[in-house]
Design a protein around this ligand. Structure first.
Ligand SMILES: CC(=O)[C@@H](O)[C@H](O)COP(=O)(O)O
Ligand SMILES: NCC(=O)COP(=O)(O)O
Length: 238
């Protein structure tokens, strides 16, 4: 079975757009777990434009499944993770001004840095994962960092899948998954996975422990809920 960890960044984006506490990020996380998701992911960015550091602190007392915090390990992120002690930390090399994550780690260039940060998290009992492109030498480099898992960056899969190139899209991920397994790395995946493309990915990619999904899942929830909610309003306005 592959676990679903729901990334709730977009719930916080909506909340922040009005300034109040609607939707309530903590309640939403608890409800998502109640609906069966096996994990909650947050990716606080330095500008806190969606999930805030304080949300991550408060979620620690709410999440009863697996809590995964993602982000670039700048010093305030490292401090947050060591304070909150989530089940898993996923390191992502995103720049401060990135709209969203847009690359995996260069595990060769950043090997010593990753080794040091990963060592600190593991000493504190936190499972580690690093965001990685499906490139064999980057996966071999990941082993050297001591990470428990890698998270395969799935944007290129999602783009090519949407263009109908399904086999071409998934092939590097299948090879990456086999290599990671041989090297003893646990395997997660995420970015732009959706109701359209996740099933094919899951069927083809072996040893997939967990996917984290946010943007598409929240958009799909809006679309799939709209008819129901419009009708509820119409009923109240009769
Ligand atoms: C690592 C990854 O792919 C996700 O965490 C994604 O970057 C979500 O972050 P945003 O919600 O800021 O796009
Ligand atoms: N790690 C990926 C993630 O948390 C969600 O990414 P996306 O579904 O918002 O693209």
């Amino acid at each position: 079975m592959t676990k679903l960890s729901v990334n709730i960044n977009k719930i916080a984006t909506l909340r922040n757009s009005r300034g109040g506490n609607v939707p309530d990020v903590l309640k939403t996380a608890a409800d998502i777990e109640e609906f069966g998701a096996q994990g909650i992911t947050v990716h606080p960015r330095p500008d806190e434009r969606h999930i805030r550091y304080e949300d991550a602190r408060q979620l620690k007392g709410i999440v009863t499944t697996e809590f995964n915090i993602e982000g670039n390990p700048i010093s305030k992120f490292i401090d947050l993770v060591l304070e909150v002690k989530p089940d898993q930390v996923t390191l992502v090399p995103d720049s401060v001004d990135a709209i969203t994550s847009n690359a995996g780690w260069d595990t060769i260039e950043y090997k010593q840095f990753l080794k040091d940060v990963i060592g600190t998290f593991k000493e504190n009992g936190i499972r580690t994962s690093i965001f990685t492109d499906p490139v064999p030498k980057m996966i071999e480099g990941a082993v050297e960092t001591g990470t428990d898992r890698i998270e395969l960056y799935t944007e290129s899969y999602a783009v090519q899948y949407a263009e109908g190139k399904h086999e071409l899209a998934v092939e590097p991920y299948v090879e990456a998954a086999k290599l990671a397994y041989r090297l003893g790395l646990g395997l997660n995946a995420g970015h732009d996975l959706s109701l359209d493309n996740v099933n094919y990915f899951k069927e083809k990619v072996p040893h997939l422990l967990e996917v984290s999904i946010g943007h598409a899942l929240i958009c799909e929830s809006l679309y799939l809920g709209l008819e129901n909610v419009v009708n509820m309003y119409l009923h109240r306005l009769k």
